[in-house]
Ligand binder design. Structure first.
Ligand code: GTP
Ligand code: MG
Length: 296
C-alpha cells in the first residue's frame, strides 16, 4: 500500500505520515491493521513507512555480557559446570580422560571467584575474603551430563603467610607435582591480583611449567580485580605482565565488573578444542562416559 493511500485509509495513525511523533491513540472500535508503531532498525536503511521490521531485543543478560557468538557459546558450555571431585593429596585425585585446565595463583588472587564468574554460578567453588579458603584440589566437570568433555581444577593458593611453614611446603610440593605430572593437563590459567602483578612465587611456578608451556601447553595469565585499578593502572599492569611472560596470553579480569569474562571463556573453549581430537564426537563420549563418579 502506498504512502499516500495508507494515510488516506487510516487517518487515526500518525505513523503513516513518517513523523517521529508517537501515533495518536486510535478511536474506540477502530479496526485498522496498522496498530503497531513502525520500528526503525537503528543500523539498517530507513524502511518504508509501512514496513515494520522486527527488531529482536537482546536479553538483559546478553546486553550485560555483550560477547560474540563463539564467546556466548563458550559461556553456555561453561555454565554446565558441576562439582566432580575433591582431593587433599595428588595421589587421591583420579585421572580424567578429558582435557583439564588448572586455575593456579597466590592465595586470595580470585581463583574460586573467577571459576564462579566464568561458569555463571554463585557457589560452585568456595570463594572467601579469608585467604587460604581452598585447601583441596577441586575438580568441576564441563559438558552435558554423562558426556563430560573437560574439567576445571581449582587449586589451593600459595603464598598465604598465616599457613604453617610445613603446610606451605607440602602444598607447594603438591602444586609442583600436579603441574609437572598431571596427565590430562591441557591448559593453565594463572591468576594474579592486577594491583600486584606477577610476584616471586608466581615466577617460581612459571619456571615449573615452562618446559610444558614451551612444549605447547596453553597458558593464560588473568590479572584479577582489575576493577580496583583505573584505566592507566590497568594498561600498566597489562604491559608489565606481558613483558614478564615474554608476550604470552595475558588479560585483565574483573569478576565484579565482568571484565574479560567473555574473552577468558573463549580462551578456555579454544584450549579444550585444541586438545580434543576432532574424531572425539559426542557420540564417542556417550559410548565411553568419562564421569569420575562412575570410576570411584
Ligand atoms: N573487587 C574484586 N574482588 C574480587 C574479585 N575477584 C575476587 N575478589 C575477592 O577476592 C577475595 C578472594 O577471592 P577467592 O576467589 O576466594 O580467591 P582464591 O584465589 O580462590 O583464594 P584461595 O582459595 O585462598 O587460594 C574474595 O573476597 C573475593 O570476593 C574481583 O574481580 N574484584
Ligand atoms: Mg579459592
Amino acid at each position: 500500500m502506498g504512502f499516500y493511500n495508507a494515510r488516506m485509509a487510516c487517518r487515526a495513525h500518525r505513523q503513516c505520515d513518517g513523523r517521529k511523533s508517537r501515533p495518536a491513540a486510535a478511536p474506540k472500535g477502530h479496526k485498522c491493521q496498522q496498530r503497531a508503531a513502525p520500528q526503525i532498525h537503528p543500523l539498517g536503511p530507513n524502511p518504508g513507512p509501512h514496513e515494520v521490521r522486527p527488531v529482536k531485543k537482546p536479553s538483559a543478560r546478553a546486553r550485560a555480557l555483550g560477547p560474540s557468538d563463539p564467546a556466548r557459546a563458550a559461556l553456555g558450555w561453561l555454565h554446565t559446570a558441576r562439582f566432580l571431585t575433591t582431593a587433599a593429596q595428588l595421589h587421591q585425585l583420579a585421572d580424567v580422560d578429558v582435557p583439564e585446565i588448572a586455575f593456579v595463583g597466590r592465595s586470595n588472587a580470585g581463583k574460586s571467584t573467577a571459576i564462579n564468574t566464568l561458569t555463571q554460578q554463585t557457589q560452585l567453588a568456595f570463594a572467601s575474603k579469608k585467604p587460604g579458603r581452598t585447601q583441596h584440589i577441586n575438580l568441576f566437570a564441563l559438558g552435558r551430563q554423562g558426556a563430560m568433555d573437560a574439567v576445571l581444577a581449582d587449586l589451593p593458593g600459595y603464598g598465604y603467610a598465616a599457613v604453617p611453614q610445613a603446610d606451605k611446603a607440602r602444598w607447594q610440593q603438591v602444586m609442583v607435582n600436579y603441574l609437572v605430572s598431571r596427565p590430562g593437563l591441557q591448559g593453565v590459567v594463572m591468576l594474579c591480583d592486577a594491583r600486584h602483578g606477577i610476584k616471586d612465587l608466581d615466577e617460581a611456578l612459571l619456571e615449573v611449567i615452562r618446559p610444558r608451556v614451551e612444549a605447547g601447553l596453553p597458558f593464560l595469565v588473568l590479572l584479577t580485580k582489575a576493577d580496583k585499578l583505573g584505566r592507566s593502572g590497568q594498561a600498566r599492569a597489562l604491559s608489565i605482565a606481558r613483558l614478564q611472560t615474554g608476550g604470552g596470553d595475558v588479560q585483565l579480569f574483573s569478576a565484579l565488573k565482568r571484565q574479560g569474562v567473555a574473552e577468558a571463556a573463549l580462551w578456555l573453549r579454544q584450549c579444550v578444542d585444541a586438545a580434543t581430537p576432532p574424531a572425539a564426537t559426542a557420540a564417542d563420549k556417550d559410548a565411553h562416559p568419562a564421569d569420575l563418579r562412575d570410576a570411584e
